[in-house]
Design a binder for this molecule. Structure first.
Ligand code: PMP
Length: 335
């Protein structure tokens, strides 16, 4: 942490808890002794463990340097210069960047009432569309698309166009009506799922995520990876995290409960907060966004302001959340 970093870090959707002791033990032990060696380029042990855990074929799994790298690989594997990638906006900030650096064209479709406008997105798919991305839950609004709406949407997308369900925050979802992308993937050949060890599993600093896609796309995505990009430490920590899943799930449940507490308290104070299903929540503060973030910073809490749009706040541990609630109460009372 730098000296200018406020004590409570609620700006990057990170997990506030350190890795579990069993994960740290793995990193300190054999994995640390092996760093003179290159890692397994294709992450086969991790792919096998994921395939078994997720109930999907081994060939469908690709592991990458965080799911953001896999998003880049997906764009690279599918979209040439002038081709189009359709996604909602506002959504994950990396999408426009990754599309641009690959020479492709973004087709951002405005959110409707803070969530994906799937009808407008389906209408935006055309001849040049090579990829569609649905971020579920959506970053930064924390809102979700539900099963029936997503199924109807998928029915409207031509089968040759891959639809990427970016489920970086899937583990935090409490709403039973939010579909599991993996089940959709098994039913529909063009559905690709992206997940990560950065959020629920708390390994953001190690950079490891995965994609689940059919062949030939899965191979194309693996082919676009930087050689040896996923370190052995990252692979071993991910494997250890899968073994520690019951403990990690318990932490996730605690964070989801904290999310519901904080959102409930903010609403009781009069704030408008869209339904939140990820490990963060969204305040559409428009022109007041920057002032609110500054007030939080002065109260020792880092949050993420999107200029002129709103503020995204990560769910932290109870002391951090309480500090945020105090800052929100003070700010609210000054406007
Ligand atoms: N997708 C979404 C929606 C995200 O918010 C993030 C991280 N902010 C990612 C993907 C990337 O996560 P990572 O690269 O750490 O796996």
């Amino acid at each position: 942490m730098t000296s200018t970093q406020p004590p409570y870090r609620l700006a990057a959707n990170e997990n506030p808890y350190p890795p579990l002791p069993s994960v740290v033990e793995t990193l300190r032990g054999e994995a640390a002794q092996r760093v003179n060696r290159y890692p397994d380029w294709f992450c086969d042990d991790l792919r096998a463990a994921l395939a078994q855990r997720l109930g999907v074929p081994f060939e469908h799994v690709a592991v990458g340097v965080g799911s953001v790298a896999l998003t880049q690989q997906l764009v690279q594997a599918t979209a040439d210069r002038g081709d189009e990638v359709v996604y909602a906006w506002q959504s994950f900030e990396a999408y426009p960047h990754l599309v641009r650096v690959n020479g492709a064209q973004s087709v951002p479709v405005p959110l409707h009432e803070e969530t994906h406008d799937l009808d407008a997105m389906a209408a935006a798919v055309g001849e040049r569309t090579r990829l569609v991305i649905v971020c579920n839950p959506n970053n930064p609004t924390s809102t979700v698309v539900r099963r029936a709406a997503l199924e109807r949407f998928l029915d409207r997308i031509p089968p040759q166009v891959p639809v990427v369900l970016d489920e970086a925050y899937r583990e935090f979802v409490s709403d039973d009506d939010v579909p599991d992308g993996l089940a959709l993937h098994l039913d529909r050949p063009n559905v690709v799922v992206l997940r990560t060890f950065s959020k629920a599993y708390g390994l953001a600093g190690l950079r490891v995520g995965y994609a689940v896609a059919r062949e030939p796309l899965a191979t194309a995505v693996r082919d676009c990876a930087i050689a040896f990009g996923v370190t052995d430490l990252a692979q071993q920590a991910a494997l250890a995290s899968l073994r520690a899943e019951p403990e990690l799930r318990e932490r996730v449940a605690r964070l989801a409960k904290e999310r519901d507490r904080v959102v409930g308290e903010l609403r009781a104070m009069g704030w408008t907060v869209p339904p939140a299903e990820a490990n963060f929540y969204w305040l559409r503060l428009g022109e007041r966004s920057r002032a609110f973030a500054q007030a939080c910073r002065e109260a020792g809490v880092a949050v993420r302001a999107f200029d002129g749009e709103g503020v995204r706040i990560t769910v932290g541990d109870p002391p951090a959340n309480d500090a945020l609630l105090r800052a929100a109460a003070d700010f609210g009372s000054t406007v």
